[in-house]
Design a protein around this ligand. Sequence first.
Ligand SMILES: Cc1cc2nc3c(=O)[nH]c(=O)nc-3n(C[C@H](O)[C@H](O)[C@H](O)COP(=O)(O)O)c2cc1C
Length: 120
Amino acid sequence: MNQKNGKNSLGLDSCFEDLENPIDLFKKWFSKAKETEINDPDAVAVATSDKKNQPNVRMVLLKEFSDKGFVFYTNFNSKKGDELKSNQKASMCFHWKSLRRQIRIFSSLERKRKEYCQIV
Ligand SMILES: Cc1cc2nc3c(=O)[nH]c(=O)nc-3n(C[C@H](O)[C@H](O)[C@H](O)COP(=O)(O)O)c2cc1C
């Protein structure tokens, strides 16, 4: 890390550090957010879209995460449940105001157990 100009080896802001695995960066930032956010550091916006490609976004709470993906709880008898059936593409955005940081995740949703979804 080049401390002089505040950039990492990729030329990105030093807050991104030199971590090769984005999950490792998420882990560090999430852990910091748990210390600094007033509430709900695990709150994340999840965007899906309907059959007409109309995007739809709502907040959920992150249940767990790993290299395999990000898991949240949901009722499948819901708009997001319906949208998931027709289009598995989705994205998530965490925003931690206290850190002035966001993390965006673009991927596909998978239905896991009865009422869990995982973005992979
Ligand atoms: C802070 C916050 C956390 C929420 N967490 C969840 C959650 O974990 N799972 C969930 O299904 N809905 C959660 N909700 C409600 C959703 O935002 C949404 O209103 C609901 O799931 C219906 O969405 P849908 O009609 O698009 O399916 C949360 C709302 C807020 C404001």
